[in-house]
Design a protein around this ligand. Structure first.
Ligand code: HEM
Length: 241
């Protein structure tokens, strides 16, 4: 209680954002480090997903999808670092371009990976929708920054990276589902896989909209209400701010 009263709210909020950013960055890098290696060896026998034996290019499509996907996953957190963005705008632009190219390549190859998937139509549909939303949100972020609309660029980048993070949520849900399988004998892997894919998309979209409303839209509204002298004050040096 005493620490609550002695700490200025903005400092507490900054610590909270740093913790959240750290969690996001660590989970993104961990999943990239855990999921990518089997697709870097060039050996289809290392694939962790079942491959269609009739499709010679199945493994290659996963490699061409997972490598740029992994790069986008790792670069994303850097783009949300406000201090880095303010001090090194050129670096933000360069990593932003690499991120964009990675998402375009990763989503185009995701269409192939989804088409070749042997995990059933419901999961395939979720991947098609995710790939379309991934590309569309990137396109919207790009259009807004080209117009100089930084706030709307932030909104669409939050949405886009939340979809990139669906790769993290999917694997977390998959691990939880697989851990539950021995306790629920009627639970089959296919059901766990499909529900994890859909849950990852839905939950990440809801979380993204929470951040859009609380971090961007509320801030814009507050700034509009503030008198001009205080509206131009420097923003707090926290990530995602
Ligand atoms: C957000 C949009 C994404 C879409 C639409 C998507 C789609 C897909 C699809 C369709 C597959 C094949 C699934 C199957 O055969 O059942 C797949 C597998 C894979 N994806 Fe993605 N993906 C996305 C993001 C990412 C990201 C950001 C990464 C970064 C690590 C990634 C890494 C992988 C890997 C490593 C596999 C191979 C499966 C495994 O062993 O876990 N994907 N993805």
């Amino acid at each position: 209680m005493s620490s609550m009263t002695s700490t200025p709210p903005s400092a507490a909020r900054r610590r909270w954002w740093w913790a959240l950013w750290g969690l996001m960055a660590v989970s993104a890098v961990s999943i990239a480090a855990f999921a990518l290696p089997p697709y870097l060896t060039g050996n289809p026998a290392d694939a962790t997903l079942p491959l269609d034996p009739d499709v010679a290019l199945h493994y290659l499509s996963l490699v061409a999808h997972a490598v740029p996907g992994g790069l986008a996953l790792i670069l994303g957190p850097l783009q949300f670092l406000t201090p880095l963005r303010n001090r090194r705008p050129r670096l933000h632009r360069i990593t932003g371009r690499v991120y964009m190219i990675s998402v375009v390549a990763g989503s185009i190859m995701a269409f192939f990976a989804a088409t070749f998937s042997v995990n059933g139509l419901p999961a395939q549909i979720s991947f098609y929708l995710l790939a379309v939303a991934w590309l569309y949100s990137l396109y919207m972020a790009y259009v807004h920054i080209r117009r100089g609309d930084v706030q709307m660029h932030r909104v669409w980048m939050i949405r886009n990276y939340a979809l990139t993070l669906a790769a993290v949520s999917l694997r977390v849900f998959l691990l939880i589902g697989m851990a539950l399988m021995p306790s629920f004998p009627s639970l089959e892997f296919g059901d766990v896989y499909t529900s994890s894919a859909w849950a990852a998309i839905m939950i990440n979209i809801v979380v993204a909209e929470y951040f859009v409303v609380h971090r961007v839209l509320n801030q814009m509204t507050r700034r509009r209400r503030r008198p001009e002298s205080t509206a131009s004050a420097a923003p707090a040096a926290a990530p995602l701010a």
